[in-house]
Design a protein around this ligand. Sequence first.
Ligand SMILES: [Zn+2]
Ligand SMILES: [Zn+2]
Length: 439
Amino acid sequence: MIERPRGTNDFIPFESILREKIIYTISEYLKVFGYNLIETPIFEKIELFKRSVGESSDIVLKEMYEFKDKKGRDLVLRPELTASVVRAVIQNKLYNNNYLKFYYIGPIFRYERPQLGRYRQATQFGIEYLGNLSFLADFEIIFLTQNLYNYIFNKFNIKNIEFKIHINSIGCNLCRPTYKKKLYEYFINYKNDLCQDCQKRLDINVLRILDCKNLTCKNISINAPKSIDYLCLECKNHFDNLLNLLTMNNIDFILDNYLVRGLDYYNRTVFEVKAILDNNIIDLAGGGRYDYLANFIDSSYNIAGCGFAGGLERLTIFINNYNSNITKLLSPVKILFTIIHNNQNINIFKYLLNIFQNVNNYINNLKERYSFYFSIESSLKSALKKANAMDINYIIFIGDYEIEKNVFQVKDLKNGKQKEFSLDQINLIIKNIEELLNF
Ligand SMILES: [Zn+2]
Ligand SMILES: [Zn+2]
């Protein structure tokens, strides 16, 4: 048996159906706000992520799927999409001092320890809003993150979700160096207590110590200096204005002084969105502003940007856990059309072909609500056995008896009721499927 690689998934029905529906819901919502789909390659040059996400980030240091192609080029399976989107905007010369809005959905790859909701190949979706330096863009991104999730949960009948936005500002190139210096001066006192990773971070990127999951590091961080106390006037105004808009819009946020997010390209606003349901807290998405990212990729460009990214697998698990009727909500009515044939009358097949043709003709009335299956069986008994195994709702069948009496039968397999219809009407059954099944 050749099994799939560790940390990967096969998405089979029903899960694949749910995923498809979520993806459709995401794009439906985002298009209304002017975001259009962008697709970038699954592999990119390694430099892209080293320069943008940062050489000292966990993603670049530990988690990238790197490989050389046959010409010896250093490539990587993309670990995230923001850098790729900005690379695509520069390369395709899309930027012209205008606002650009994109959404993406696709696989990302990270070599990390697989756990529930976290895989080595995962599906990420998100939006990027480029070209707007104003706090209004940050507001739009945070507003859309929360409300997109709200829209999705409503679509899948999950009610009473409480959202929590964790938010912080990590400043800009003017004010961040002072803050980093203060952080360094604070953490150097605890150097020997910090985990090994953080001891390295002290010199490479001290901000990341605030991100560490290690309990000792977390405890040391509790009294660390806060970035908002060191913001320059412009960063402070930007952040204050954003928080005012959020408050005016009744978006519930928590000022999280030690939220930094582990990527080099963020500046000013960083945020994370969590959902609370039945006392469980679930991380949904994270994002922020990245005004220097374009410049990291190509020094002749300066393009403001902000965005968010969230995981599809985590969302799917969440919806599956909290909507027990989800299968029913997404399941079409299954209809099995059966010809019971024992080599007596070859003419009987014309009814089968007739139904095939009519399903095709009325596809617009049927789509997403009905699924048709076709079979040729030697007896009604074997047809029913098959229908049972396939969880069929209705079986429509024609056999020798029916031909003789010029009828066809419709049987509701959920309640056992059966009704006879004139075979002359066979051409109309798909067109009037709703009436036909209503007996
Ligand atoms: Zn600043
Ligand atoms: Zn640590």
